[in-house]
Design a protein. Structure first.
Length: 256
């Protein structure tokens, strides 16, 4: 049975989560000043993000921003702070995440976004962390996981459908990098939180949680009883994700 990739789970999980997300209506304050302008041209990019709120200009602005890619990351994160541009900015960031391989963000952008996380509105933390995690190199993840984990744990525990799923997908990448290096980067409280979200009412979050636990290998042994229960889940992708997680634990020597 072919396993889904992380990008496939992002897409399939979004289909689940979009049915129950409450992020679109959340009001938010301005992005903290820890995210500075991105240099020359940033004002133009910001104007494009503002145009996402105009039905007559949105389609062309989307096309231009998607073409700009990494050059407009900061401005799209700023767009998450406005209810008028939140949905479109989130969608464009997801498209960028799904289409771009992990190449390593430039150090200035990576540090700017990382330092912004503590002051971001709750609904903007998940996608910003997902951006940081997906586009970061393995070395960047290893060096900054300690700073990211508290915010990922908080976002996961919020049980806000879209944001919690984004946090679980982030944790999956962190866990995978740690496993490749022969260690578990996720502490027990986060493993316990992922085990709890296996029973969330949102199948997208259940699936993402199982995928994160799969990447932990034998460190996720405490989740085995709940993963076994998910083999009878009403959602087919959750059932498959639980089976893959159990297989991963078993393949690493843990009896399931």
């Amino acid at each position: 049975m072919k396993k889904a990739t992380g990008d496939e789970l992002v897409g399939q999980g979004d289909a689940h989560a979009s049915q129950g997300s409450d992020a679109g209506g959340a009001a938010a304050g301005p992005l903290p000043r820890t995210v500075p302008p991105a240099g020359a041209g940033s004002a133009d990019h910001g104007s494009l993000v503002e145009q996402l709120a105009d039905p007559e200009l949105e389609a062309e602005a989307r096309k231009t921003l998607e073409h700009l890619g990494h050059a407009c990351l900061r401005d799209l994160v700023v767009g998450l702070s406005s209810p008028e541009t939140l949905a479109a900015s989130r969608d464009l960031l997801h498209r960028l995440i799904e289409s771009a391989p992990p190449l390593g963000l430039d150090l200035a952008t990576h540090r700017d976004l990382l330092e912004a996380l503590p002051d971001l509105p709750v609904h903007a933390r998940g996608i910003t962390a997902l951006l940081l995690i997906h586009l970061a190199s393995d070395d960047q993840i290893l060096s900054t996981s300690g700073e990211l984990l508290p915010f990922l744990a908080e976002t996961l525990e919020s049980r806000r459908s879209v944001e919690a799923k984004e946090a679980a997908l982030c944790l999956a990448r962190v866990a995978a990098v740690g496993t490749d290096c022969g260690c578990c980067l996720l502490p027990d409280p986060i493993l316990e939180a992922l085990t709890r979200t296996l029973t969330d009412e949102d199948p997208g979050l259940r699936c993402a949680s199982a995928w994160a636990l799969e990447k932990c290998g034998p460190a996720a042994r405490s989740a085995v009883p709940v993963l076994r229960d998910r083999l009878a889940d009403t959602d087919a992708l959750v059932r498959r994700s639980a089976a893959w997680a159990l297989e991963s634990i078993q393949d690493h020597g843990e009896e399931t």
